[in-house]
Design a protein around this ligand. Structure first.
Ligand code: MN
Length: 491
């Protein structure tokens, strides 16, 4: 690809974009990297250019695209960050400074994993745009891994699968997650990758014609119902996600109900339900496969209507999943937090579920990552990467907790003292045990015992957040903790 391709993508997404600025950044980067080659033998500039292209395809603004073009300049060329700043301003320079700091990590094994996490979280706390550029940078490096020695290939792919993809997922960036996972999967499990790739390709090839007919018939029916549909398109499932599904179903592809999926984009929520009605009138739905993620979003905020239907065409019967959503739901699902930096600003703030998580990470890394031990990694992974639920305080404040959280985790998330003095809990007005698993949307009230001296070590059996576990352990560690003293007094 060339700079002209990049400029075309930028222009397509945003006719008002400052194309001269993008071209100037390209010329600057090209001059700086002059004479440098990638391991593959290509001129180095191909890498920043491809990175910028990925960012442009995500419809991000020119500041981020310019940062993508210049991201390796201060680290790999004689041109300094100060010169970048002089030419492209403070904002671009500060993003690039963040990427440079993420830079090269020399540790091995667990230490490397932790150091990676620590740096990612530091970058997060500073400016999410750093992570967006880093994702694009890593994605292009993965796509060109073939040129590297096998050992290095495997390490980079595994690291991307274990750290980058889960973070993308956590930030709602479904498309980026899928691309990172697929590009890594190819090198972490080459044989399985080949198998799934062929399976998907052949299935789609066989069903392509039928799928086109189904699309056409459905569109006609939408038209007859007077329903305006923006788009209906085939969704090709990401390979790694298909692979994980296949493993659940004993590698039996006939049990994967969403392999064939059609995505329908409509104007508003009312049209989503109207479209569902049309689909069900035309095709017979499979029982138990209708999901209303609009009324009840997934914990990660995902919204759409899903239904799997039987489509008899040409003596064959296809099972097809329809995913019906508005344009905004579609962008949230594909781009997540990145949608905030789209050209077409919706005037919306970054959704609070991301802000809370990012803040939490910033706190986490300060407090613990420096002295983290191997056994802590599991709780850390739960805190950072697990699916989240959203629960409410009686006053209506929202808390974001991992999926298996209990009232103890909730209490410590509200305040350390609430945790330490926790004596019981009510979920949706029902008195429950402290080991009860909370569900999305629960209203949780903690009952406090003002005289309580501290947490019970038993709580470790059913607390899951790092916050709660650290507090409980801190109290349990010394035999002279106030908690024990209190117990002795009671005897
Ligand atoms: Mn790079």
């Amino acid at each position: 690809m060339t700079i002209e391709d990049l400029l075309n993508t930028v222009k397509q997404n945003n006719p008002q974009a400052d194309l001269e600025l993008v071209r100037r950044a390209y010329d600057f980067a090209e001059a700086a990297h002059q004479g440098q080659l990638r391991v593959s033998g290509e001129p180095y500039i191909t890498h920043p250019l491809a990175t910028a292209q990925i960012l442009a395809e995500m419809r991000l603004d020119t500041t981020i695209i310019v940062a993508g073009l210049l991201h390796d300049v201060p680290e790999d060329t004689p041109v300094t960050l100060a010169e970048v700043k002089k030419n492209f301003g403070e904002d671009v320079a500060s993003i690039i400074a963040g990427i440079t700091k993420l830079g090269k990590i020399k540790y091995r094994g667990v230490t490397r994993y932790l150091e990676n996490l620590r740096k990612m979280f530091l970058a997060f706390a500073k400016d999410i745009r750093i992570i967006l550029v880093k994702f694009a940078d890593r994605l292009h490096n993965l796509q060109t891994l073939g040129a590297l020695p096998e050992k290095k290939r495997y390490r980079i792919a595994l690291e991307s699968l274990e750290i980058y993809a889960p973070i993308a997922a956590r930030l709602g960036m479904g498309e980026m997650r899928g691309r990172l996972e697929d590009a890594s999967f190819k090198y972490t499990q080459p044989e399985d990758y080949q198998w799934v790739e062929r399976l998907e390709r052949e299935t789609y090839r066989q069903k392509e014609e039928a799928l086109e007919k189904i699309k056409k018939l459905t569109l006609q029916e939408f038209g007859a119902a007077g329903l305006k549909v923006q788009k209906i398109q085939t969704r090709v499932k990401h390979l790694y996600s298909l692979y994980k599904k296949l493993l659940i179903h004993e590698k039996d592809v006939s049990k994967v109900h969403d392999l064939m999926a059609l995505r329908v984009i409509v104007d508003d929520i009312a049209d989503c339900y109207a479209a569902l009605g049309v689909v069900h009138k035309l095709w017979r739905p499979i029982k138990g496969r209708i999901k209303d993620y609009i009324a009840q979003p997934k914990p990660n905020g995902y919204q759409s209507l899903h239904t799997t239907v039987f489509c008899p065409v040409d003596k064959d019967v296809l099972t097809v999943e329809f995913q019906i959503r508005t344009q905004q739901m579609h962008e949230d699902a594909e781009y997540g937090i990145a949608a905030h930096w789209h050209y077409t600003e919706r005037g919306s703030k970054i959704p609070s579920r991301y802000v809370t998580w990012v803040k939490e990470l910033a706190g986490l890394q300060k407090e613990m990552l420096a002295e983290l031990k191997l056994k802590d990694i599991e709780t850390l992974k739960i805190d950072v990467f697990q699916n989240r639920i959203f629960v409410f305080t009686p006053k209506g404040d929202v808390l974001d907790l991992p999926e298996n959280a209990t009232p103890i985790d909730f209490a410590y998330a509200v305040h350390t003292e609430i945790g330490n003095k926790c004596a019981g809990a009510r979920i949706n007005d029902q008195l429950v045990g402290l080991d009860t698993t909370l569900k999305n949307g629960d209203i949780v009230e903690i009952i406090i015992d003002k005289n309580r001296q501290g947490p019970s070590p038993d709580w470790l059996k059913f607390s899951h957040t790092h916050m709660a576990r650290t507090q409980i352990k801190a109290h349990a560690r010394s035999p002279l903790t106030s908690w024990l003293k209190n117990r002795i007094k009671k005897r």
